[in-house]
Ligand binder design. Sequence first.
Ligand SMILES: Nc1ncnc2c1ncn2[C@@H]1O[C@H](COP(=O)(O)OP(=O)(O)OP(=O)(O)O)[C@@H](O)[C@H]1O
Length: 262
Amino acid sequence: MSAPATHRTPPPPPSQPTPTRSGAALTLLDVRKEYAGPAAPVHALRGVSLSLAPGSFTAVMGPSGSGKSTLLHCAAGLDVPTSGQVHVGGHDISRLTPDRLARFRRDHVGFVFQAYNLVPHLSVADNVALPVILAGREPDLAWMAHLLGSVGLSGMEGRRPGDLSGGQAQRVAIARALFSRPTLVFADEPTGALDVRTGTEVLGVLRDTAAQLGQTLVVVTHDATVAAAAEQVLLLADGQVVDRIDAPTAQLVADRMLGLER
Ligand SMILES: Nc1ncnc2c1ncn2[C@@H]1O[C@H](COP(=O)(O)OP(=O)(O)OP(=O)(O)O)[C@@H](O)[C@H]1O
């Protein structure tokens, strides 16, 4: 990945180098996002450029309101930037029509939310298969069995979400996100609703399964321990990437975050 900082150096100035697009799983070029505010527009992203290598695991951290979720949503095709480009597999997805963007998400993106977003009256197996069924495709049941085994849910196919612990429910959400074999997997605070031990286990499941499948993983988190499990951490402040930490440790991430919040 090329992003705008070097290993363990002070934060760079806000201007960011343009990364190369060749061979990257995901490239953002000068992405800006404005929302209408009550008085003035809110500048949620102010020119983010980055490039993620295929199969890499990146954590995104930053103070509340710094633009983390907006960044994830623009990169995943859940939202459209006001300007700038989002390249996936050589295509700029930032200017697709809503229909084509929906098809892009269905075929290329897995998303894990903090609140699991499972359908309560459907079984574990049906929750996992739902996006594929809604896309009009036949679910691959052998793949389902493999995936549920990988996330530690073998034998729980018939349970309803209400009969699962928080950690189990998030494992179902992870299996659902990975079931269509997406190239990009995004997770917004996937451990935010879990206790520390369960969160660590669930994150390990997400990281290991995505690594087995060669997927590019991007996780937004407030937790320095979660971020330290990534290969690199991007720090956002006021809508810009202001630092990057390679080979992060929890202490290093916590220290840099403290620096940002001062
Ligand atoms: N739909 C929206 N309409 C108007 N403003 C928005 C909208 N979504 C986000 N914002 C604003 O954009 C800025 C960035 O929000 P975003 O949710 O991306 O930040 P965040 O870093 O993910 O915050 P948190 O850590 O609190 O979840 C904030 O000022 C927020 O209030």
